[in-house]
Design a protein around this ligand. Structure first.
Ligand code: SF4
Length: 522
């Protein structure tokens, strides 16, 4: 996605760029990508929806598309995780600064600060400083991760993304031997990534350079538009294009599917960037991008701030989300352990009533209190309650809560035995699979794990009627809230016998795909 270019200025003089043009362009661009998916992404996702044959995956893609349109119309974030800002800047060597008092990095960070604290569309501040120890939220989502390059020319070109933590956490680097197979590495890596990166999305692959160069290449590749369908139509014109097609088809044939539920589309495109490397080395970086793929590009040439045109809403398919008629209504206020133990894998539920929330920092504090034999904070009681792993966006304009989709459940695996064994908790809601340790614990305690769709945060938030902080208010979005929900759609992902739809779904679809063409045409 890129801007409408402002009128060009004479290039006989060096370009003079104003500080505030950089700041306001960055702020506007971050607001823009918080609620607009790019047209190429929508078209590819809509095509994946059309051809999906797995009912669970089709339902998940539908939720992602409906959520996307709601966000485009309502100007609210596509996902509760509004990302870590990643910026690639190309500074023309003829650029001069008209009135700069800040460094270029500080201008960009000021733009981030303004975007994330926008009064009409406040975005979630997710960045913590002192990452190894205190992990203190910086409150304005700064600093951005900025890559700068000085190039010939008169312009300042900025590409920026808001990268979700769930997909960034699945990044990996392998230093292969030159004779090793890149395809084999990627096909071995994908199943181990689980679904915490919220597929369907994109894979960014960096090949060559050094370890750090390969990672930067992989990240940079994700800024390119989805065009694999064009390559398939005209045929690959070089070896990298042929490799992209081979990887797309082979990754999709793994059957992982939307949200890891098993299905035809795991990736919408595979992007590759390469760079010369040492004769002894073959660095391969893999970075996935999720259902909330968000990036935009613009150029400043001294004539004013960038102007980004809104996308044409007619490109979104006309879909509405209604809960499956076979869904079971659950009254959370009267829920019993016996009812939870009777839920079946894949069963669709509509949750109603009061539900507690909590994620990484709250679980850490709870475990410290429990292990020290101390009481939980006053008013916090997990007996026969369900916990939702979520860090919501702050509400604006009368909302009960901002976008509030699930976060990756595996990060809470190590606390699960304690929570199920010591607090009276009887079920959990999150996104993606549970690890083997948590599945064993769920089986042991005869509880259940439910999944909501990652990347459908605004849609999910519409089921939340009220919200109040119950404990750890100082943790901000990581505090423990009580949500009152009405018909919140979830699926039983791990039942009380330990059967997981994230195991059975992909296995079933991997087998079935043997007989189905897996091309995704956009
Ligand atoms: S779609 Fe999933 S991985 Fe992406 S930002 Fe949202 S929760 Fe994170």
């Amino acid at each position: 996605m890129s801007q409408t270019m402002p009128p060009s200025v004479s290039k006989s003089q060096p370009t003079r760029i104003k500080q505030n043009d950089v700041i306001s362009s960055v702020a506007d661009a971050l607001q823009y990508i918080s609620y607009y998916h790019s047209p190429d992404f929508i078209r590819a996702m809509a095509a994946a929806y059309e051809r999906e044959q797995s009912p669970a995956a089709k339902d998940a893609i539908k939720q992602i598309l409906v959520n996307s349109r709601m966000c485009a119309e309502g100007h609210r974030p596509i996902c509760q995780d509004t990302g870590i800002v990643t910026v690639f800047v190309k500074v023309g060597m003829s650029v001069q600064w008209e009135d700069a008092t800040l460094s270029l990095a500080d201008m960009i960070n000021e733009g981030v600060r303004r975007a994330y604290n926008h009064v009409d569309n406040k975005l979630r501040a997710s960045i913590v400083s002192d990452p190894a120890f205190d992990r203190k939220n910086t409150k304005d989502n700064t600093p951005a991760v900025i890559h700068m390059e000085v190039v010939p020319g008169h312009e300042l070109a900025i590409a920026l993304a808001a990268k979700g933590g769930g997909s960034e956490n699945k990044a990996s680097l392998a230093m292969l031997n030159p004779s090793d197979s890149i395809v084999e590495l990627i096909l071995e890596t994908l199943p181990h990534m689980g679904a915490g990166w919220c597929p369907p999305g994109m894979l960014g692959i960096g090949i060559g350079g050094t370890a750090e160069k390969a990672m930067v290449l992989a990240k940079e590749s994700l800024f390119e538009p989805i065009d694999i369908h064009e390559i398939r139509e005209r045929g690959p014109q070089n070896k990298l294009e042929a490799l992209r097609l081979e990887l797309l088809d082979k990754v999709n044939a793994l059957g992982i599917g939307a949200q890891g539920l098993g299905g035809l589309t795991t990736v919408l495109d595979v992007k590759i960037k390469d760079y010369p490397t040492h004769a002894a080395s073959l660095p391969i970086a893999i970075i996935p991008n999720c259902a909330a793929t968000r990036h935009v590009h613009f150029t400043l040439d001294g004539s004013g701030p960038a102007k980004l045109d809104p996308p044409d809403l007619s490109i979104w398919p006309k879909l509405t989300f209604t809960a499956s008629p076979d869904s079971t209504r659950v009254d959370l206020d009267k829920l019993t352990a016996a009812e939870v133990a009777a839920w079946k894998p894949g069963q669709r539920l509509l949750l109603n009533g009061k539900m507690l929330t909590g994620r990484d920092a709250a679980h850490k504090r709870l475990s410290q209190l429990i292990e020290a034999g101390k009481p939980l904070p006053e008013g916090l009681d997990f007996t026969n309650r369900v916990i939702y792993y979520v860090g919501p966006v702050d509400p604006v304009k009368g909302e009960a809560v901002g976008p509030a989709g699930p976060t990756t459940a595996t990060r809470m695996d190590k606390f699960t035995d304690l929570m199920l064994g010591k607090t009276g908790l009887i079920a959990m809601v999150g996104k993606a699979e549970r690890g083997p340790e948590a599945v064993d614990v769920i089986r042991k305690h005869k509880r259940a794990y439910l999944m909501a769709v990652g990347g459908a945060a605004y849609l999910v938030s519409k089921a939340i009627r009220s919200s109040r902080v119950v404990a750890f208010a100082d943790l901000g979005m990581e505090a423990i809230y009580e949500f009152d929900v009405k018909d919140m759609p979830v699926t039983v992902a791990v039942d009380s016998s330990g059967e997981s739809v994230h195991e059975t779904g992909p296995a079933q679809w991997k087998k079935r795909i043997g007989g189905i063409a897996v091309h995704v045409e956009a």
